[in-house]
Design a protein around this ligand. Structure first.
Ligand SMILES: [Zn+2]
Length: 435
């Protein structure tokens, strides 16, 4: 029989072992905010208090009630925002820059392997929380459902990470995104993508994905460097099946033809859309299809050059030239009335925590000419709507999940303020700035 001392030792030891995970907070919390971002109205409000109970926001007012035993968190020096959302991540995939970059996808499959990818992803997940990103929509390149497993480990509390909306393998025509798979090796692509060959197969793929735990469907309207496209009837079959199972469809589409056909098929969001005509943007706006511009910002661009050992310094004029096409397309989309949803598609190793590198996409939007409020709405309320979580995520009001962050400074005056994250709460648990 164990002595009480032995039991106590066991409890203490297991608490120490659990130190890697953040314990769930259960007591009511009153947050005193210096100012808050009202994502619905698109304004900043002066000092407010937020009462959090059982992982939810229950009251927002100048003065909220103080339940007995409540913890009070003083954030009066900071700007409080809804937890940020990244609508396009690949937590199980990171490419090293270099000569063999086209082969990085194959390497992830055959050299790295799914268990190691998942373990790496678990470490990356924490960096998203640290950056203030409390929800991600993870869109494939996760092997066979590594993203679903990662989501479950976070839900279980085994590891710290953002809330994950996972797609499982993306639906693609033969070859996926791997260049030049030779006859006999096409099957490699089925470890990373759900390859479909006709509309019936495409509809079946959606059913299979949903059954295996996908909460959103990722498709590749085109899949450069391979020349194959999903056909319009295949994408229409996917959209119809997705509606049946009440999941949304995100379409990778990089050129105008691919964007146009995906938009015709009725997908919910266009990912990338690097080349897109004004007429296609008008179609997207009319049909309520959002654009996730996975663009690079000037700081990340310089970082890439540095990693590549990049030659002469870049002048501001040259930089503007490099970024002009993306910026121009983004502002054409805004002008056309297309809703912008924020997503990083960060899969390049910038040699910094991935969550931080991913958040830089917001600087790209700001640099292109979107206002601070527009950018923050893209990363909060617009993404929440895209995810079908309106009223629950991306907003600070009663009934929403308690995902809150605090940053030092005023993002409207200086948008780098969003990089100075001092406090992060997800589902009512404090991950950064625990008192
Ligand atoms: Zn992507």
């Amino acid at each position: 029989m164990k002595t009480i001392a032995a039991v106590l030792v066991a409890v203490v030891v297991s608490a120490l072992l659990l130190g890697a995970q953040t314990p769930r907070d259960t007591i009511p919390t009153v947050i005193r905010a210096g100012r808050i971002f009202d994502s619905e109205a698109g304004t900043f409000l002066p000092a407010r208090e937020i009462l959090v109970r059982r992982g939810q926001i229950v009251q927002v007012a100048e003065k909220v009630e103080r339940p007995a035993g409540a913890r009070v968190v003083d954030l009066t020096r900071y700007t409080v925002l809804p937890g940020l959302i990244d609508a396009h991540t690949h937590l199980l995939y990171l490419e090293a820059l270099g000569d063999g970059q086209a082969m990085e996808g194959i390497k992830a499959l055959v050299n790295e392997g799914l268990p190691l990818r998942a373990l790496h992803a678990a470490a990356r997940a924490r960096t998203f929380l640290d950056a203030g990103i409390t929800t991600v929509r993870d869109l494939g390149n996760s092997g066979r459902y590594g993203d679903v497993a990662l989501r479950q480990a976070i839900v279980d509390g085994a590891i710290d990470g953002p809330r994950i909306i996972a797609s499982g393998p993306g639906i693609s025509s033969v070859g996926g995104q791997y260049p030049g798979l030779k006859p006999g090796y096409e099957q490699l692509a089925t470890d990373e993508y759900r390859i479909v060959r006709n509309p019936d197969d495409a509809a079946d793929a959606v059913r299979e994905l949903v059954t295996m735990g996908a909460q959103v469907i990722k498709i590749y309207s085109n899949n450069t460097p391979n020349l194959g496209y999903l056909t319009l009837p295949e994408m229409q079959a996917i959209v119809a099946a997705a509606r049946l199972y009440n999941v949304r469809v995100a379409a990778h589409a990089t050129n105008d033809a691919a964007v146009y056909r995906a938009a015709l098929a009725g997908v919910n969001s266009i990912e990338h859309g690097y080349q897109v005509a004004d007429s296609t943007l008008a179609l997207m706006a009319k049909n309520g299809i959002t654009l996730t511009p996975t663009d690079i910002d000037s700081v990340s661009f310089l970082q890439l050059l540095k990693i590549q050992g990049g030659g002469a310094p870049v002048s501001p004029g040259q930089m503007a030239g490099y970024l002009a096409q993306g910026r121009n397309r983004l502002m054409r989309a805004v002008k056309a009335g297309v809703v912008i949803t924020a997503g990083s598609d960060n899969y390049i190793d910038f040699r910094e925590p991935q969550g931080y590198a991913a958040k830089q996409v917001l600087q790209a939007y700001r640099g292109a000419g979107m206002t601070a409020v527009q950018v923050l709405q893209a990363a909060t309320i617009n993404d929440a709507r895209l995810l079908g979580r309106e009223g629950r995520l991306g907003v600070i009001k009663a009934g929403a999940l308690a995902d809150l962050i605090a940053v030092e400074g005023d993002p409207e005056q200086d948008f780098t303020a969003i990089n100075r994250v001092k406090f992060v709460m997800k589902d009512g648990t404090i991950y950064v700035g625990r008192p």
